[in-house]
Structure formats: C-alpha cells, structure tokens
Write a protein of this length. Sequence first.
Length: 265
Amino acid sequence: MNRLKSSPIVDVLVNSRGPVPEGASEYAQEKMLAAIAHVSSPVLAVRAQLTQAANPSASRPATAQAVVDVNGRPVRAHVAADTMFEAVDLLQDRLAARLARTRRHIGQEHRGGPAAEGTSRENRRRGHSPDRQQPPAEERRIVRHKSFSLGRQTPEEALIDLESMGYDFWLFTDMTSGRDSVVYRYGGIGRHRVASVGAGSPAHEAGPLFSVSSAPVPECSVDEAVRRMRLTGLPFVFLADAATGRGRVLYHRYDGHYGLITPAR
C-alpha cells in the first residue's frame, strides 16, 4: 500500500492489489489530482484502488476505482481495461465526468431545479428535504413520466451512479445479460440489492457490494403497480411491461403523487 500526499489539504491514498506494474500508483496519484483540479467544493480525501489480475490472459485484467469525498459527499468511479495505465486514464475521465455531474446536480438542488426531486440521502438524513405530502390514496396520480435510453452498465457501475447521485434506486441495462435491472437500497445503511426482469436464473451473482433479489419482478400494468404501492407502502415498484418485457419503475414523489420511469425504445 502506498500512501501518497498531494498537499497539506488533500490526502490521497492509493492501494494496490496483485502484480500492479511499477509506477502505476504514482501515475494514479497524478491523474486523481488532475480529475479534482476543477472542483470548487472542499475535497476532503481521495481514495484509489488498483487491482491487477494474476492471470494476464483474463478479460480486462486491470481494474481501477476511486472515491472522492467532496465536502462529505462521496463520488465514485470504477473502470476495467487491458492495462493498468489505460485503466487509470479511463478512471480519470470517468471520475471527472462524475464530479462535473454531481456539481451540476448540487447546483440544481440549491436552485430548486429538476434535480431537486431526487433529494440526496444525506439531505434527507439531515432533514433538508421537503416534507412528503400525503394526499388520500384515491387522489394520487402519475404526474411525471420520464423516458430515456438506459445505460448499459455492470451492477457495480450502477451502484456507483446511485451513490454518487444520492438516489434510492438506479435503473439500468445489465451489460452482460442485456436485462433491464435496478439497484436499490434496502434494510440497514450501506446495504444494496439488485433485481432484474426475466425468468430463469438470476442475471447477476451476489458480491461484496450487493445481494441479488430472488423474488420475480412482477409483469403487470401500471394500474396494478399503483395498487401494489398502495398496499405495501413501498417507495417504488420495479415492474416488467407486459407488452414489451422492458423494466420500468413507479415511484413516490415528495408531493405524494407518482412518477414513472420507462426505457426509451
């Protein structure tokens, strides 16, 4: 393990696992500092991990991941590549993009823009979010319908997006299986689970970051999903469209009504 300090202000820690090539840790330090160079909020710490598979013939044997603590808000990135130096370059690009997106998201929250609807977990814990309205169940309606192309990701990458944006769930298409999936928080703090549409064997294997839901994703209409939410009180319902088989999410909004997210065809 190499402890690398960039300055008296930012503490950078680079961990190495496996036969990481010489000079990669120092290279990662430089790239992490470049990634955070334009962050205006206080950067409290930067943590990076480089992992080199022992088998060089493995597919994309070099992985790199990083967590940047931006004034108490974690921003994560995780990549894989054929060589470690390529992985570090990709990590810098992805981390810089996530930092920029998080910065825009925070600015929208402060201005009351569209991102304010997805209030972060930290703000909810500190009581900075608006009080959730509770209109009578029979008066609740789907008042927002979002449709966009789902990113093709690994569950680990989807989890990073969920955590960096502070949402309760993240809808994505699994890069390996091609199934629409959702990663979400459940139970205690720091616990996550993945669910996927489609019958048969699970699309994912449980890992250290998440468990895999064994419950089948319901194939039902939106009206049926609304009834399910009313009965269970869940914050969202992940369902499969009976006509297309695609995954979509019905969720509670802070105004007490519902929003629906569907993948663009």
